[in-house]
Design a protein around this ligand. Structure first.
Ligand code: PMP
Ligand code: GLN
Length: 376
């Protein structure tokens, strides 16, 4: 018996393992390969030496981190949340999403996801008992609001959104949020689960958060991740913002799934939030994107717009007719560059011959990778 009969190993594990085996440059799984901020390392060392944060912290989060998050959300989005009732620190965004769905979605419910989408959504929905309903994003990887509206039934419990979007790097406009608000208004049974893990990684355009949309506050939950914001994907610390009536249910699940998450990391992040400026992150990654894009000039890949995240999509239609999984595996073994095929994020396997590069890498790594990619 399997609760997830059609699920295999995540593409991220598959590609990173193959990259190691073939000594390939790994632009597949999304994680930075450069050192973290020295201040973060220093604070972490001090917290470890002080040995004050080695035991369980309160179930919903380290009190100082909850206060820091309250200030961050106020400063970023002008929303005042109550740290005691509307915030929860989780083991990354993955646990946040899983926990929300366990608590609030049930058998008979439907959850709309917009394809291509991050691979944990589908399994988290199925394990909650609900049914995933896949709606394709349009050819520009932006929402098709007519198609989304058509997919809503009396059983739709959630629409799961992701902006800035993995894998495309597209970001939503004011008009998209107005359309979302209209849908929520028209459908009183509908909640929004807004995955905003790349909220601080945007370039020319600014990210719009559901935390800025007061019309949505009672019916929407946001999820974020310090993994992305502070280059620490391995720390696995994220958080949920939700109205109290929903958060009360989420806490019931969280307390028996993990109780609380890593106290040392939480104490470190609380102190780091006092000294760091999250608004520098967009500029940092914009420069990486620009370096990668200019290095790829003259390659046969056609680069698509990347407006946020640390991902760059490219079409290889000029290079090969292979399906994207075959193509990415071949360039990994023959040219030693690991990338991600986009079709694996589509429930119907739709293959537009697009692959994803992660540019959260040192300039040296990007130079070496582009050198190889230009020969394909
Ligand atoms: N959502 C999206 C869109 C992601 O790209 C990721 C990270 N790859 C996550 C959620 C999970 O974040 P975390 O590592 O904090 O669990
Ligand atoms: N979110 C990361 C990516 O898209 C990977 C996360 C993971 O490996 N689970 O590459």
């Amino acid at each position: 018996m399997s609760k997830l009969p059609s699920v295999g190993t995540s593409i991220f594990s598959v590609m990173s393992k193959m990259a190691l085996e073939h000594k390939a440059i790994n632009l597949s799984q999304g994680f930075p390969n450069f050192p973290i901020d020295e201040r973060l390392t220093e604070i972490h060392s001090r917290i470890v030496l002080e040995a004050q944060s080695n035991q369980y912290c309160p179930m919903t989060g380290h009190p100082q981190l909850l206060d820091g998050l309250q200030r961050l959300i106020l400063q970023s989005y002008g929303r005042t949340v109550n740290p005691a009732t509307e915030l929860l620190v989780t083991a990354g965004a993955t646990q946040a999403i899983f926990t929300i769905l366990q608590a609030l979605a049930d058998k008979g419910d439907e959850v709309i996801v917009l394809d291509p989408c991050y691979d944990s959504y589908e399994s988290a929905i199925i394990l909650s008992g609900a049914k995933p309903v896949h709606v394709a994003l349009n050819e520009h990887y932006l929402p098709d609001w007519n198609a989304i509206e058509k997919a809503i039934t009396p059983n739709t419990r959630f629409i799961l959104t992701n902006d800035p979007h993995n894998p495309s790097g597209r970001i939503w406009s004011e008009r998209d949020y107005e359309a979302l608000e209209t849908l929520v208004e028209k459908n009183p049974h509908l909640l929004v689960l807004s995955d905003e893990v790349y909220e601080y990684i945007t370039f020319e355009k600014k990210h719009i958060s559901i935390n800025q949309r007061s019309k949505l506050h009672e019916r929407a939950l946001s999820v974020s991740s310090f993994g992305k914001t502070f280059h620490i994907t391995g720390w696995k610390i994220g958080y949920i913002v939700a109205p109290q009536h929903l958060m009360d249910e989420i806490k019931k699940v969280h307390q028996f799934l993990v109780f609380c998450v890593n106290s040392t990391a939480q104490a470190t992040l609380a102190a780091y939030l006092d000294v760091v400026n999250v608004n520098e992150l967009g500029r940092f990654y914009q420069q990486k994107r620009d370096v990668f894009q200019s290095l790829m000039n003259g390659s046969r890949f056609e680069l698509l717009p990347s407006e946020g995240t640390y991902f760059q999509l490219a079409s290889y239609a000029n290079i090969s007719n292979e399906d994207d999984v075959t193509f990415t595996k071949r360039i990994l073994t023959e040219h030693q560059v690991a990338t991600i095929p986009v079709s694996v994020f589509n429930a119907d396997g739709r293959d537009l011959k697009h692959i994803r590069f992660c540019f959260a890498k040192t300039d040296e790594t990007l130079i070496q990778a582009a050198e190889k990619l230009k020969h394909i």
